[in-house]
Write a protein that binds this ligand. Structure first.
Ligand SMILES: [Fe+2]
Ligand SMILES: [Fe+2]
Length: 279
């Protein structure tokens, strides 16, 4: 075993331990150190890390997939346990974000951006390292940076908005970025919410790494909130790809997870709290 990835925070619990929440976080153990990708919404990360025996104090770097509160809300809980640590993200991670939801014909606006100011997080020991472009953050470990939107079928979630210069605009999520581990068995791609489109992200990774062989695709795909056509088009592309495992979580939702399981059989698993992928 060279690498072990454990789902720390996720919507569902399926391994008899831990708590579920609306959020995502993955604990990554490698021979060169441990890393954290996203922090969940803050309710379960510490409790789940203890019950899953993952020591958050050992995390060498933290990566944030984007600024939504269900991925960044646990940051203070992790920082309080640690000495100063690099937190890698896109500069737009601090944008104010709104979700407009229709519930029983009633429209509600909810703040869904990062719940903390940069200065507060810095006072707890966060050293923000911003990137806009694809970068190698550690040997064999990459962040996608901004992902070009190229596929015609991957559309943004129409319920999500950002507040820029006092104006509410459709959120285009320039900060949406994913983590790539270049392993001996192929690339492992960890998505946060895939707001830039799972297939756009995969295409960008292939373009930047020059590699087409994936070992695993993990994380939130956001397919639950999009159209059945987008799900089917995404599956059409995945069908042509080379990968061993697809372990989706969080905003993938049940409808898309069932469909992916049906399509990919044994290669599929649901990445609930406590799920482990060893490479
Ligand atoms: Fe999310
Ligand atoms: Fe999100």
């Amino acid at each position: 075993m060279e690498i072990r990835i454990t789902i720390l925070c996720e919507n569902l619990v399926g391994k008899l331990v831990g708590s579920g929440e609306h959020g995502f976080s993955a604990f990554i153990e490698t021979e060169q150190g441990n890393y954290l990708f996203d922090t969940g919404s803050g309710h379960s990360i510490v409790a789940n890390s203890l019950i899953l025996n993952k020591d958050l104090r050992t995390v060498q770097k933290i990566f944030l997939s984007h600024g939504h509160s269900d991925h960044t809300g646990g940051l203070p809980e992790v920082l309080k346990l640690k000495e100063r640590v690099d937190v890698h993200s896109h500069p737009h991670v601090f944008l104010d974000r709104i979700a407009v939801l229709k519930e029983n014909e009633k429209e509600t606006k909810r703040f869904v951006g990062i719940p903390y100011k940069k200065g507060y997080l810095e006072s707890l020991g966060s050293n923000f390292v911003f990137n806009n472009n694809f970068i190698e953050v550690e040997k064999g470990l990459f962040l996608t940076g901004e992902v070009p939107r190229k596929t015609p079928f991957e559309k943004p979630d129409p319920r999500l908005f950002a507040e820029v210069d006092g104006k509410t605009t459709q959120d285009i999520f320039l900060d949406d970025q994913s983590l790539i581990l270049d392993t001996g068995k192929g690339l492992v791609l960890i998505l946060g919410c895939a707001h830039s489109g799972m297939i756009n992200i995969i295409n960008h990774v292939v373009d930047k790494t020059g590699k087409e062989k994936f070992y695993a695709i993990l994380g939130g795909t956001h397919l639950d909130f999009l159209t059945p056509e987008q799900l089917e088009e995404s599956i059409n592309v995945l069908r042509e790809m080379e990968f061993e495992r697809i372990g989706v979580s969080h905003c993938t939702g049940m409808r898309a997870a069932f469909r992916l399981h049906l399509e990919f059989g044994e290669r599929f698993f649901y990445g609930c709290v406590g799920s482990v992928l060893e490479i």
